[in-house]
Design a protein around this ligand. Structure first.
Ligand SMILES: [Zn+2]
Length: 478
């Protein structure tokens, strides 16, 4: 090495004058560079799970245990928040202190089902029901960059995350926000123009002051969701009477299903028992459910099948087929998504507002068009007498200013609380409206439809509908 350096120096010094430098040039050309190092295999994931809170995975823990411990798949989990907005069932620690404890609970819980690779993005837990509130309260850009980095490190074939749509259920907006960021990262991790600093090689790998990540692009192949909707079987939330009367169950035929009553060959217990056991590590949260189940040897509450919802696949396969159906071991090249392309609209009209409007644009941009048919009309729920604010937009796609009247058609017992009835909408603009209504204060628990009509000079120009479950509900704050 020293000799070669000397020769090279001599040659550089002598280039214009001497022919003996040609000898050292030959030495240089025939010397072979060492093989490139491969990405660190310790962090490769067959499945990357992206969730919001430390314990979100409990409802699919039986399935994750099967993958990790019996099928020997490599699983990694990312928690976007540290759960600092939750309560504490066993101690005084709250806020940031609780966040620290929940991270440790998650490490132990995942360790119990054979998952060691766990990552935390340390955003604030934001208990609410609007995905845009969570993304706004988090550092959305930071989360996306961090998730893209983790996808490039873990190189997952399958990404499993929360269902990206409001549902009647716990409906935690953080769950949906973790899904939105995971989908964005799924589509960005192989794009060399996204977070390029992560892809630039280290200046001096073994030395100091490397400011780029030295990663390689990576394209995940398949995307699946799980949900906190009441209608889909889960240890916490399943409630058959909250199934919408207007459409079929979200979990019927929309993805693979796994019976957790099967025995684990390696653990010699059912996957439902393993799930209950995984729950016991979350004592600050609903860990007691697991502790009680294990103590009583009664695992009924954990025996609902794990039902996933198919998102998309770049390698074919059926919606209800196995997660790894079609997966190519050698990986797949970057596949650009459709991206945002605004629809051409005409006339004066009424549209549903956020968060539903955002989702219709988002699914289309990320090649998730099948999502629109799963919950075709926006849904929410209301406790008896609860006030709801429903986002609408009165839009004027004409060249002339317009004046539009808005009227609600509500089921018996509901009360309309409009701030205004008439909206001036300039040409080319949309007027955002928060339609205030309050639910009936008693009666049967059931689904109902609320609608709004927009009229211009007495002529109907548009309408918008939402479906609401009225009854005793326990979802997140609005
Ligand atoms: Zn959660």
């Amino acid at each position: 090495m020293k000799l070669r350096s000397l020769l090279t120096s001599a040659c550089l010094f002598a280039i214009p004058l001497s022919s003996h430098c040609a000898v050292s040039a030959v030495v240089q050309e025939s010397a072979t560079a060492p093989e490139l190092l491969r990405p660190d295999a310790r962090f490769k994931a067959d499945v990357l799970v992206v969730v919001a809170h430390e314990d979100d995975e409990v409802m699919i823990a039986g399935y994750l245990a099967k993958l990790a411990q019996d099928d020997h798949k490599r699983i990694a989990v990312v928690y976007v928040t540290n759960g600092d907005g939750g309560g504490n069932a066993v101690g005084n620690e709250s806020g940031a202190a609780l966040g620290q404890e929940r991270q440790m609970e998650a490490r132990r819980a995942l360790g119990s089902i054979g998952i060691q690779n766990v990552w935390f993005l340390n955003q604030h837990d934001t208990p609410n029901q609007n995905v845009l509130f969570s993304l706004g309260h988090w550092d959305h850009g930071h989360v996306l960059g961090a998730l893209v980095r983790l996808m490039r490190i873990t190189r997952p074939d399958v990404v499993l995350t929360w269902f990206p749509d409001p549902v009647s259920g716990e409906n935690h907006a953080d769950h949906q926000a973790s899904s939105v960021a995971a989908i964005e990262a799924f589509d960005a991790a192989a794009d060399e123009t996204k977070f390029p600093e992560q892809l630039s090689p280290a200046k001096n790998r073994t030395g100091m002051s490397n400011l780029t990540d030295g990663l390689l692009p990576w394209q995940p192949q398949k995307l699946y969701f799980f949900t906190d909707a009441y209608e889909v079987f889960t240890p916490y939330w399943f409630d058959a009477k909250k199934q919408s009367s207007f459409r079929k169950n979200l979990g019927d035929g929309t993805g693979p299903s796994f019976a957790v009553t099967e025995m684990s060959p390696s653990r010699h217990m059912t996957y439902a028992q393993i799930e209950a056991d995984e729950q016991t590590y979350y004592l600050t949260q609903e860990g007691k459910l697991g502790v009680d189940a294990v103590k009583a040897k009664d695992f009924k509450a954990f025996e609902f099948p794990v039902r996933l919802i198919f998102g998309k696949s770049l390698v074919g396969g059926s919606a209800t087929g196995d997660l790894f159906e079609g997966v190519k071991a050698e990986g797949v090249p970057f596949r650009a998504v459709h991206g945002h392309s605004p629809e051409e609209k005409h006339g004066v009209t009424l549209e549903i507002g956020d968060p539903w409007r955002f989702y219709s644009l988002f699914w289309n941009a990320h090649d998730l068009d099948r999502m629109a048919a799963l919950i075709p009309v926006p849904e929410m729920e209301a406790d008896y007498g609860e006030w709801l604010s429903i986002g609408l937009r009165v839009c004027n796609y004409t060249g002339n200013d317009a004046v539009v009247d808005l009227n609600a058609t509500l089921p018996a017992g509901w009360v309309d609380h409009p701030e205004y009835k008439r909206y001036p909408v300039r040409a080319g603009e949309c007027y955002p409206v928060a339609a205030m209504v309050s639910a009936r204060s008693s009666g049967e628990e059931k689904w109902e439809e609320l609608s709004w009509n927009a009229t211009q000079d007495g002529r109907k120009v548009g309408s918008a509908t939402v479906r609401v479950f009225v009854g005793k509900v326990g979802s997140m704050p609005r």
